[in-house]
Design a protein around this ligand. Structure first.
Ligand code: PHE
Length: 335
């Protein structure tokens, strides 16, 4: 009997089943009531206890193997017929129902691409943060107003991150310099909602830590991004500013113009649109993440994606981006 089992085993090692008809022939030969497997099981019943012990295992293995072959082919054929019944793959795609990327995703991808081409890697971090990563390690004093209930959404023990600078801290903890990263993500602030600002928005954080990094490197990097993204000749201005985690600090505006009504509203009539905060990373911030601030210096920036998208696409109201209205959102194509 063991020989018969081996015979069937070998015969089915290279079995080819190319149609449902051949599959049925396979079933009839091996798995049906009068098939070879059943005959073996009939014979098995008549064996003595000792013999059963020797034969039982190979016989059951053979059974499993044959059933497996059958099931796999069956699936193959039914899936095939099912698919072809329902979908005619030769029909042209309907242009009307083609999906599209959200304008913010398009802008974010393009921004990351520009910095990636300068050698910046991409990292992300959590939206629900602890106080230390959002504030403490970034040199915010205990009584800094940004920790105030007015600005920050709190949960029992956490905050919704108010900026992507928290990801800087997480990455500095994990890496050793040189570090060159951009970190895109959503941030939250408890602010009055208007056409220009929302209670959540999106930023791309940039961080470059190395020996001898200067403010000139920061400006050059940002100029490059502006020319790449908005086109050559785009005007930029820096204004001195303050952030606890950078010193010196600045904000950068780009010239949006005063010609269109959207541009006037977006810029409150000035023509200048604030798009990012930046500066040289404060030594206390490097120290908090165990980076030697005597050996290394760093620049950082935090860019608001939503405003850039409004300007780039001429969208008049930031809230329109989140109405989930496909008629609006599907109009935007790649940059
Ligand atoms: N985190 C700051 C903000 O959200 C922006 C910023 C990032 C400023 C990095 C300086 C350096 O306003």
């Amino acid at each position: 009997m063991i020989e018969q089992i081996q015979q069937i085993d070998e015969a089915t090692n290279t079995v080819t089943i190319n149609s449902e008809k051949e599959l049925e022939a396979f079933r009839l030969e091996y798995l049906s009531q009068k098939g070879k497997l059943n005959t073996l099981f009939e014979n098995f019943k008549a064996l003595s206890g000792d013999q059963k012990r020797d034969i039982g295992k190979p016989l059951n293995l053979l059974k499993a193997k044959l059933e497996n072959i059958y099931q796999q082919h069956k699936l193959l054929f039914t899936e095939k017929t099912g698919f072809h019944d329902f979908f005619d793959t030769t029909l042209p795609v309907s242009a009307e129902h083609k999906g599209s990327l959200h304008p913010l995703t398009i802008v974010e991808n393009r921004l990351c691409e520009i910095f990636f081409s300068l050698g910046f890697d991409i990292a992300t971090g959590p939206e629900i943060e602890d106080d230390n990563h959002n504030f403490g390690a970034l040199n915010f004093a205990e009584d800094h107003p940004a920790r105030d209930m007015q600005d920050t959404f709190f949960t029992a023990e956490h905050v919704l991150r108010t900026h992507t600078s928290s990801v800087q801290v997480r990455e500095m903890e994990k890496r050793i310099p040189p570090i060159r990263l951009v970190m895109p993500g959503r941030v939250y602030r408890n602010e009055a909602v208007s056409s220009r600002s929302n209670c959540f928005f999106h930023q791309i954080e940039g961080l470059y830590i190395d020996r001898g990094v200067t403010f000139a490197d920061l400006k050059k990097t940002l100029y490059y991004f502006v020319q790449q993204f908005f086109g050559p000749g785009t005007q930029v201005r820096f204004r001195a500013s303050y952030f606890p985690f950078t010193e010196p600090s600045a904000e950068m505006d780009i010239w949006a113009g005063t010609e269109t009504e959207d541009a006037r509203r977006l810029t409150k009539g000035t023509g200048w649109l604030e798009v990012l905060g930046c500066g040289m990373v404060h030594p206390n911030v490097l120290k908090a993440s165990n980076i030697d601030s005597k050996e290394y210096s760093a620049f950082a920036f935090g860019l608001g994606i939503d405003r850039i998208a409004l300007l780039k696409y001429g969208i008049g109201d930031i809230r329109d981006l989140f109405l989930n209205d496909i008629r609006l959102l599907s109009q935007f194509r790649g940059l």
